[in-house]
Design a protein around this ligand. Structure first.
Ligand code: ATP
Ligand code: MG
Length: 338
């Protein structure tokens, strides 16, 4: 005889699949979990992990100003190049955010990662790093302007009204940039060079992460908590071989996929349960790695010998998928596992 419990189990629809495997558990919170969650949220609030309303408003104002500045720069440049009036009228550039600000997990004083997207006739080397640089250098509100054109991801760093900004530039194969440009669309990568793909990648990754988690609010609270923990434990830093913002975000997002109905207090404990048992270098990924249709290098240890040397692969979810934690060494991995 089949028990009624078994019967109802087999009659239920197959569980919704998030990511590359089925969930590990569909359990929701118990009373005790709800109580622990309220305590967790209280601790996060008391630890000043959230910025004030005033700071939020200031960041928004700074982003509005930046958007105005790049739009003016674009019009001025289009006019100087002698394009017809209609094209000057249509000339446009947009500012989009990525990183922790875009994910909604930035704390007080965090930088804002921004990308300016411009048309095909406006380049990074001169138009961005010389013309826009000089416009910014003249402005009262801009301090500590520091161009880094030769970085793996070329960037202009500065403070705008006291807020730290990382500004990247991507010139795409359009003559006019629409205000509602969809950066997630793969066609944006046609005919662009490596630094441009890498510059667009941050926004594409942030968008994908938010799409691939079952509950963005729970994801955010859990990530805030893990970032707080990692900073206190001294393991929050990409450059020193530990994990940075995007790596922690991907690890937490995968836990959210494994436990789609869990709330942050449960997700934090499952995080440690899963990753203390994880068999590295098995990769953590939020979705299957797409084939390299456009010819950009994607993470593939079967094809690329270098990818076989990665100790803790945490794969980005937007084409071209890469390992975001190539800096981790056996010793930093051991420290994090301990
Ligand atoms: N190693 C990396 N691999 C892939 N993308 C990266 C890497 N490092 C940075 N990025 C991209 O640049 C963005 C900004 O990096 P940043 O170090 O400011 O992290 P963050 O997520 O914004 O966290 P934080 O709150 O510390 O600023 C990341 O979210 C990610 O999209
Ligand atoms: Mg950042």
């Amino acid at each position: 005889m089949v028990s009624s419990e078994r019967l109802s189990e087999s009659a239920a629809p197959p569980p919704m699949k998030y990511g590359v495997t089925k969930p590990l558990s569909l359990a929701g919170p118990t009373e005790a979990d709800l109580q622990r969650n309220a305590e967790l949220e209280k601790v996060l609030r008391e630890s000043v992990l959230y910025e004030s309303e005033e700071e939020t408003a200031r960041r928004e104002e700074v982003l509005r100003r930046l958007d105005e500045i790049v739009k003016q720069w674009m019009k001025q440049l289009t006019r100087q190049r002698g394009y017809p009036d209609q094209m000057v009228g249509d000339a446009n550039a947009i500012i989009v955010t990525f990183g922790s600000y875009r994910l909604g997990v930035h704390g007080p004083g965090a930088d804002v990662d921004t990308l300016c997207v411009g048309p095909s006739y406006v380049n990074r080397e001169e138009d961005f790093f010389i013309l826009l640089h000089d416009i910014l250098a003249e402005m009262e509100e801009v301090r500590e302007l520091q161009p880094v054109p030769d970085a793996y991801v070329p960037v202009m760093k500065f403070k705008f009204q006291g807020i730290s900004i990382d500004l990247l530039y991507a010139s795409i194969t359009l003559l006019v940039i629409p205000e509602d440009l969809d950066i997630s669309d793969q066609s944006i990568l046609y005919n662009v060079d490596g630094p441009t793909v890498r510059s667009l990648n941050g926004c594409r990754v942030a968008d994908q992460i938010l799409k691939l988690v079952p509950n963005a609010k729970h994801f955010r609270t859990t990530l805030r908590c893990l970032k707080f923990w990692a900073k206190r434990r001294g393991v929050y830093s990409n450059v020193t071989g530990f994990l940075g913002g995007v790596n922690w975000a991907l690890l937490v997002a995968r836990i959210c996929q494994f436990y789609p109905n869990a709330i942050p207090s449960m997700l934090v404990s499952r995080f440690f349960r899963v990753y203390t048992q994880w068999c590295w270098p098995n990769p953590v990924m939020l979705c299957p790695i797409e084939e390299d249709e456009l010819g950009f290098l994607v993470w593939d240890p079967r094809k690329n010998p270098k990818d076989r040397t990665h100790h803790m692969p945490i794969i980005t979810p937007a084409y071209p998928c890469m390992n975001s934690s190539y800096n981790v060494s056996p010793s930093t991995l051991r420290v994090m596992m301990d």
